[in-house]
Design a protein around this ligand. Structure first.
Ligand SMILES: [Zn+2]
Length: 258
């Protein structure tokens, strides 16, 4: 969600109201249809520790994650550590993880002009296709979780799912263009909230998404520890929750690009 150079989205009252209206105005209504609890574990911006430690832990449990890559940040230093290189992104893809779009320049999609967003995202998609030698990139997360209705509407035609940052389990009729997700950052509260939500998911099936950034014993304020990631995976296993990538989850719950 966050850029290596700290950037604060607009915090004015007007922006807050806009943000709320955007969240509730569905650009691509879709029904989550599943009798199984489904969890996706995802990493934004992909600092090296997410690609190495994070991926290794997921693979130990026999599952795969989603990595949202802002291609313009690849190989650069950040406050979350070094960001993965194109070669490392290709390795993640080869190991079965899903490589997802996150814009090229990690731009604020609520503030940028419509054509500027589309151009930037198109560039992101083309680079990811080239790196992964693939024909399609199916999932997108809005940098900073910021978006607008016109942007959601347009991108819903390009991607199977678009992920926001408002917490919640996706159940019933949702906006495929702004799915809910639980962030786990350095705060105990964020971990506890996501951990508790696993029980709710177990009792009432739906699709739950978790996102974080780095995975380290000394995480940045936007990351989590390897121990916390293992706790989530252990609990999901105890509760018989299926873990799959965003694309696989979206297909399982019946989403389609109209
Ligand atoms: Zn980001």
């Amino acid at each position: 969600m966050l850029a290596p150079k700290p950037y604060q989205p607009n915090r004015s009252l007007f922006a807050k109201i806009e943000r709320r209206l955007t969240q509730y105005r569905k650009a691509a209504p879709a029904t989550v249809s599943t009798d199984r609890p489904i969890l996706s574990i995802t990493f934004d911006d992909c600092p090296t520790s997410a690609a190495e430690t994070g991926a290794r832990i997921l693979e130990e449990y026999g599952v795969r994650g989603g990595y949202y890559i802002a291609t313009g940040l690849m190989g650069r230093d950040s406050h979350m550590g070094l960001v993965t290189t194109p070669d490392q992104v290709a390795e993640l893809n080869a190991a079965g993880h899903e490589i997802c779009a996150h814009s090229h320049s990690h731009l604020d999609c609520a503030q940028a002009r419509h054509d500027e967003v589309m151009e930037d995202v198109e560039h992101n998609i083309e680079l990811l296709k080239d790196i992964c030698k693939t024909y399609s990139v199916d999932s997108f997360a809005f940098p900073y979780g910021e978006t607008r209705f016109d942007v959601k509407k347009h991108l819903a035609g390009d991607f199977l799912t678009l992920r926001g940052i408002l917490p919640g389990i996706n159940r019933g009729v949702v906006d495929r263009a702004q799915l809910r997700a639980f962030e786990i950052d350095h705060t105990q509260h964020s971990f506890d909230r996501a951990y508790a939500a696993l029980d709710c998911l177990h009792h009432t099936p739906g699709w739950m998404i978790i996102f974080t950034h780095d995975v380290s014993e000394t995480p940045s304020e936007h990351g989590m520890t390897p121990g916390q990631l293992r706790q989530i995976l252990d609990r999901a296993r105890e509760l018989d929750i299926d873990i799959c990538t965003p694309k696989v989850a979206a297909e399982r719950v019946g989403f389609k690009v109209k």
